[in-house]
Design a protein around this ligand. Sequence first.
Ligand SMILES: *Cc1c(COP(=O)(O)O)cnc(C)c1O
Length: 346
Amino acid sequence: MKYIDLRSDTVTQPTPEMREAMYKAEVGDDVYGEDPTVRKLEEMAAEMLGKEAAMLVTSGTQGNQVSIMTHTHKGEEIILEENSHIITYEVGGIGYLAGVQAKTLKGNKGVLNPEDVEKAIRPKNIHFPETSLICLENTHNRAGGTVTPIEVMKKIYEIAQKHGIPVHLDGARIFNAATYLNVDVKEIAKYADSVMFCLSKGLCAPIGSIVVGTKEFIERARKYRKMLGGGMRQAGFIAAAGIVALEKMTKRLQEDHDNARLLAEGLKNIPGIDLDMETVQTNIVMTDISGTGMTGREFSLKLKEHGVLVNGGDDFSVRFVTHYYITKEDVKKALSAIEKVVREKH
Ligand SMILES: *Cc1c(COP(=O)(O)O)cnc(C)c1O
């Protein structure tokens, strides 16, 4: 049975063109700096993001953690949104690996208030940890793929510069943000000193993320990547798919956003399902299904019987994610399956 898989954009398989490129990739030992395909991907990524240098990493988590390790020293403090991926889904890595503590701020639909950021920066005092990094997330995953506007990024960056603090952007889905804002991705990246983005999500590459920054930053980051076991040898096979991802997949994301909107509009009309249309900006739809009388788990198990996959746990929040392998037809089919499951429960 072929499922309509709305669990995440991480479930995307490499396209036939990616498989072909991987098969034919010219490779070398990348720890020796001798993999031409990795080099090509890194140069392309740096150029697209408007930064001096780029580095291929195994995952988004590794990219964020390596970036934080490179920007900070043990005992310092970093500012993050309280539901950010780094805080929620990276296994407490900032404490374990970088040895920093978190100052978390509540965002509004994932967007930090620049004034709150400025207030959170520690004054110089013998008792206080030094604030050494501000992390942003655009689009914001847990808030439902919401986008931080350029003006907000700019304001936060200006505050950071005034205080001499670097900004790291968790831009796992930065191309979705650029699509929503209808700007070149450089316009977002320029308000951060380092950016991590994923090749493996909506861009459909099977493995890999990228970190960009200054040449000096990336050189230091390469040592931390090696320390975490991310020094890969013939990584050109991975990079080859990443090149196709950047060339072919970054400009088609509006289709996923349109499908997410279609899905959200349908879900909104199903009794018992609640969602905030204002957060439906990119390819993620966050819902509260408590009105259906089902937990996320029960809902997802029932939906699976109708050929639709979603992630559901013991609470009532269910996230739907559209991607390259979800068509408009799939959205319509998923909606009628959801309607049926909700009706059967009543
Ligand atoms: C997916 C994601 C990551 C991490 O990516 P992995 O490759 O799964 O480690 C980081 N940040 C955000 C916002 C994400 O959505």
